[in-house]
Design a binder for this molecule. Structure first.
Ligand code: SAH
Length: 375
């Protein structure tokens, strides 16, 4: 099976180029895309409006292949978590969050993560590579098949890059995937329903402005550099002032009445005080943004022993921001019962650095967060 080209996730222009290179007309791209994304077909043979000879050639040189999903783990609140099996035995997690007429899919872009934010389970397992665009788009394609099999005709209505990994460190595949999510010949989602969430890779935010008009979310978590350096170590390289300048620039690029989402995970006694709220309000003054407050979700082997603040404390943080004129929403914790909440995703990652194994050996704690064995 010598290196077939996986056509899944190729944006329209690149798929047209593929056909032109084969000596075919570019409109073949539209035909194939409709089959793949609107009809869920992954076998060229079933694409009956394409000549038999071309179908046969396609089968020789190309494929449509999404990662396989393991058994879905359904949480008590309807959230479903799947392990998406990648080539090479690695797996990442994909989470479906149904909510009042919406089906939001939270997808992964990397196997593990390099950024090692202090409060995130994914970062604790190290990094073991980037997902291909077929593996990124394939999560949405596969989830749509799952929904269709259950008779849910709505399909996926929103996609957020808030699963495992830092999407802007896997830039081209993530941008290609965003193109496909927003293309009418594929998933046809509006730019407001495709959100790239970043810990703040500043130069890539500028690149993003030239490449897409998808929505941007930024994981801020602290209003001061000294604290953010601790929580989000990449802040040492790209401090808060640079990050917010990049956000403003992005808003200029995408124009109209768009906003950035500021994500802020609330951790008791760390960043949840009224000083923190005041600092945040001062910092964000004048930025077109919405603030998304995320109560900290605990995970095994958290060396910091972080805690979620009380409901009262969370509410007063939110009120303080609202009184300062901000749209500050509380992101309800979903999927907790299957460890599918923000920051709890671990997949099945082989960490080249063996950091996780060393940690487990040191603590004698054999409990592993993942719920399925590697493929
Ligand atoms: N790398 C991207 C996507 C990460 S996950 C980014 O940093 O934005 C999406 C959100 O979940 C981020 O805002 C992240 O900071 C947050 N998060 C991570 N761990 C968490 C935890 N244990 N509890 C609550 N939120 C968490």
């Amino acid at each position: 099976m010598a290196d077939k080209v996986n056509l899944l996730g190729l944006p329209r222009g690149k798929l047209q180029a593929f056909f032109v290179e084969m000596g075919e007309k570019p409109y073949r791209a539209s035909q194939v895309m409709k089959w793949v994304y609107h009809d869920g077909v992954d076998d060229f043979e079933a694409m009956t409006d394409i000549a038999k000879r071309l179908r046969a050639r396609l089968r020789e040189v190309a494929e449509i292949r999404a990662p396989e999903f393991g058994v879905g783990h359904r949480a008590t609140d309807g959230v479903v978590k799947w392990l998406a099996h990648l080539d090479g035995g690695q797996a990442v997690e994909t989470v479906l969050i149904p909510d009042r007429g919406r089906n939001t899919l939270c997808i992964s872009s990397q196997v593990g993560c390099m950024l090692d934010c202090s409060f995130c389970a994914t970062g604790k397992q190290g990094f073991n590579g980037n997902l291909s665009r077929a593996e990124i788009v394939g999560q949405v394609w596969r989830a749509e098949r799952e929904l269709a099999a259950r008779g849910d005709r709505r399909g996926i209505t929103n996609v957020v890059f808030m699963g495992m990994g830092e999407p802007l460190l896997n830039f081209e595949p993530v941008m290609d995937a965003a193109d496909v999510f927003m293309d009418d010949l594929a998933f046809g989602l509006s730019k407001r329903r495709v959100t790239v969430s970043t810990a703040g890779i500043v130069p890539r935010i500028y690149d993003m402005g030239m490449r897409t008009d998808a929505s941007l979310a930024v994981s801020l978590h602290a209003a001061r550099d000294d604290l953010r350096n601790e929580l989000v170590p990449v802040n040492r390289k790209y401090p808060i002032a640079d990050l917010l300048a990049a956000c403003r620039h992005y808003l200029q690029d995408i124009g109209e009445r768009r906003t950035v989402t500021i994500e802020y995970t609330l951790i008791e006694g760390v960043n949840d005080g009224s000083d923190d709220a005041r600092g945040l309000a001062r910092l964000l003054a004048g930025l077109r943004c919405k603030i998304n407050l995320i109560p900290f979700n605990p995970f095994p082997d958290d060396a910091h022993a972080y805690r979620r603040p009380s409901a009262a404390r969370i509410a007063s943080f939110q009120t303080q921001l609202q009184s300062a004129g901000f749209a500050a929403m509380l992101r309800t914790t979903r999927g907790d019962s299957v460890k599918a909440a923000c920051g709890q995703l671990t997949g099945s990652v082989r960490d080249r650095t063996r950091r996780r194994q060393r940690y487990l050996a040191r603590t004698g704690n054999g409990a592993v967060a993942m719920e399925e064995a590697p493929a």
